[in-house]
Every structure is written in C-alpha cells, then in structure tokens.
Design a binder for this molecule. Structure first.
Ligand code: SF4
Length: 148
C-alpha cells in the first residue's frame, strides 16, 4: 500500500481549502493501491489555514530543531507540522507501507525541492518535513511530478 498526499486524491485539505487532484493518483486510489494522508490536518491544523513555509532550512533542519515552520502571519507552526509528519510515519508503519507519492514543493510533502520560506514562489533544494521523516525511516518518496 502506497501512501499518497490526500490533496492529490481530490480531498479539499490544502491551506486554501481546495485540492490538487491528479488523475494518475485517482486511478491508484480506485484500484485500492493508495492510502490518502494529509500531514498538516493530522498535525491539528485547520482547513482553510494560512500558507506556511520552512524558514532557515528544509525538513531535515526542522527535524533537527534548526529551522521553523512559519505561517504568512508569522505564527510558528513547527509543532503541528512535526506532529503531522510523525502521524504519517505512524500510519506507514501500521500498514507496512514502503512507498509514498507526495505533493511536490509543499513544506510537508515536497521531495527534492520546496518553497524557500519567503512566500515568493522561489524554491530551494530539500524535502518537506513529512517526506524527510519518511525517507529517514527507509520509505521511498516520490512526487506526482515523478509519475510517468
Ligand atoms: S500537507 Fe500534503 S497532503 Fe496536506 S494539503 Fe499539503 S501537500 Fe496536500
């Protein structure tokens, strides 16, 4: 069973209250090969919510306590983001998942590149917090952009 970002499944869990539906992920879901998760909701954040970005690094640095997640009003949301990542890892362990397909560029789900913390659309190399935690626990992570 692969974990997938819930917003890719058409679930309206994005900060803006909508989804990022992806046809290939929907097919996986219909075939029973995908389990939707949204780390930001699992971490206790409401929907809609203010957009958040990682300031001072990427997911790796957040998990090391060296960077923070800040929303657009300047509120620190690091606790919720880390808790959501831990919940997704917990789900992965429960179902024995070894792979996740997550939403590109998100501060939770992005893998390989994420937004740079300036809310300007610029990207930096690095992983979101959930992607990083899954990778550190031996779970393969790709994004919907990697799907052929
Ligand atoms: S946390 Fe992940 S699953 Fe949830 S809305 Fe953001 S990108 Fe989608």
């Amino acid at each position: 069973m692969q974990l997938v970002s819930a917003c890719l499944c058409g679930i309206n869990c994005r900060y803006s209250g909508d989804s990022s539906v992806n046809k290939k992920i929907i097919e996986l879901l219909k075939n029973g090969g995908a389990l939707p998760v949204c780390p930001e909701q699992l971490g206790g954040l409401q929907t809609p919510r203010k957009p958040c970005e990682i300031v001072g690094g990427a997911g790796k640095e957040v998990l090391l306590g060296k960077a923070k997640v800040i929303d657009k009003d300047g509120n620190d949301r690091t606790f919720e983001f880390v808790r959501g990542a831990q919940e997704v890892l917990n789900i992965a362990k429960i179902v024995g998942s070894k792979k996740a397909i997550l939403k590109a560029k998100s501060p939770s789900c992005g893998c390989g590149k994420i937004y740079d913390g300036t809310f300007s659309g610029n990207k930096i190399a690095g992983n979101g917090i959930t992607a990083q935690l899954l990778l550190e626990n031996g779970i393969e992570v790709i994004t919907e952009e990697d799907l052929k």
